[in-house]
Design a protein around this ligand. Structure first.
Ligand SMILES: CC(C)(COP(=O)(O)OP(=O)(O)OC[C@H]1O[C@@H](n2cnc3c(N)ncnc32)[C@H](O)[C@@H]1OP(=O)(O)O)[C@@H](O)C(=O)NCCC(=O)NCCS
Length: 334
């Protein structure tokens, strides 16, 4: 009998190339906001509050509230369509859809599945992620890692929320904060990574600080504890994010932090030494849209030409879980 096995030292004539690990980059951003504007003066007629209290405690002047026709999937789809148009590609190229939301009213199919169907995308992987207000940055990291691993090439990453559907409209401590909307990024495989490693985690002692739970299914929070954490701990994690990403703070074009409260965003920018850069303050006219807040602010500024191209920005979010997540993402190349 002849032994056909090659000798152990023999090398194959054409060795298989090492698998290449790519990065991803943002190639477009889009958003959707409902048409209904709810001002602080409107709220004065609904609960015991006033414009001055809301502006001085939160910075919010007005917010958008969904109409009956606006669902989490329809808003997510509209933001996705806007992002695809901004990127100059069609849904045919999309092989991964990740939606961050904590307010979808349907457990199955998930929102990503609905978006896929609405867009007519061929047969992408479609998953939802629920990490409340830090959900979008988590979703961006998951999509980036899928692209790095070679299991996707072009992703839609969406944050979409209808917080008005889980709001107690008689509770002045929460109803003045919340809003609805959606934002989306198109992420594509790239030789030079435009999305950094993520820095993420949880603060178990604050697990119950932000909840939407039965029997009321309404949003309740320990605002003071969250505020205290944001002022004392967020900058440390945000700073670590930039270091872990391989950048220095000096290289940052600016800051997109979760749009919860101007009294958190401005001190955070100051603590990081970013006050003189571009700092997103969309909360003033959009309120707190949870997982939608960062892509919504980013897409509006990108489409308005207010962001330099190919520039690294710090994205940092925190909220229910209690979770936080940060990464550095470059704006699209042009
Ligand atoms: C929610 C938040 C704006 C409240 O601000 P605050 O300065 O902590 O206000 P307090 O809750 O201490 O309330 C102060 C007073 O204002 C009153 N108040 C609360 N809401 C009010 C409103 N809408 N209008 C008028 N008065 C109000 C309170 O009843 C309280 O009155 P009292 O002193 O007579 O008891 C603030 O805590 C915050 O932004 N927290 C972080 C929230 C966050 O980032 N969440 C992220 C997860 S999405």
């Amino acid at each position: 009998m002849t032994d056909q096995t090659p000798a152990a030292t023999e090398r194959p004539s054409s060795p298989r190339p090492e698998p290449t690990r790519h990065g991803s980059e943002i190639i477009g951003a889009g958003c959707y906001q409902p048409s209904k504007v709810l001002t602080n003066h409107d709220l004065e007629g609904m609960v015991e509050t006033n414009d001055e209290w809301i502006r001085t405690r939160t910075g919010i002047r007005e917010r958008r509230i969904a109409g009956d026709e606006d669902t989490v999937p329809t808003m997510a789809t509209a933001a996705a369509e806007d992002a695809l148009a901004n990127a100059g590609i069609t849904a045919a190229a999309v092989d991964l859809i990740v939606v961050a939301t904590c307010t979808s009213d349907q457990r199955s199919p998930n929102t990503a599945g609905r978006v896929s169907n609405n867009l007519g995308a061929p047969s992408p992987v479609a998953m939802d992620i629920n990490v409340a207000c830090s959900g979008f940055v988590h979703a961006l990291a998951v999509a980036d890692q899928a692209i790095q691993a070679g299991t996707a090439t072009t992703a839609l990453v969406i944050g979409a929320e209808k917080l008005s559907s889980v709001t107690d409209w008689t509770d002045r401590s929460t109803c003045i904060l919340i809003a609805d909307g959606a934002g989306a990024f198109v992420l594509r495989r790239a030789e030079r990574p435009g999305v950094s490693a993520v820095t993420w985690g949880t603060e178990p002692e604050l697990t119950d600080a932000v909840v939407i739970e039965p029997p009321t299914n309404k949003f309740v929070q320990d605002g003071k504890s969250v505020f205290k954490w944001a002022i004392s701990s967020a900058a440390g994690y945000a700073s670590k994010t930039v270091t872990n990403a391989g950048y220095t703070m000096d290289q940052m074009g600016g800051l997109f932090s979760h749009q919860a409260n101007l009294r958190i965003i401005e001190p955070l920018a100051r603590q990081l030494g970013l006050s003189d850069r571009i700092v997103a303050t969309d909360v003033v006219t959009s309120g707190n849209t949870s997982a939608a807040s960062i892509p919504l602010a980013f897409a509006k500024m990108w489409q308005a030409g207010e962001l330099p191209a190919d520039t690294p920005f710090l994205l940092f979010a925190f909220g229910g879980g209690f979770s936080y997540a940060g990464l550095v993402a470059r704006t699209p190349r042009a």
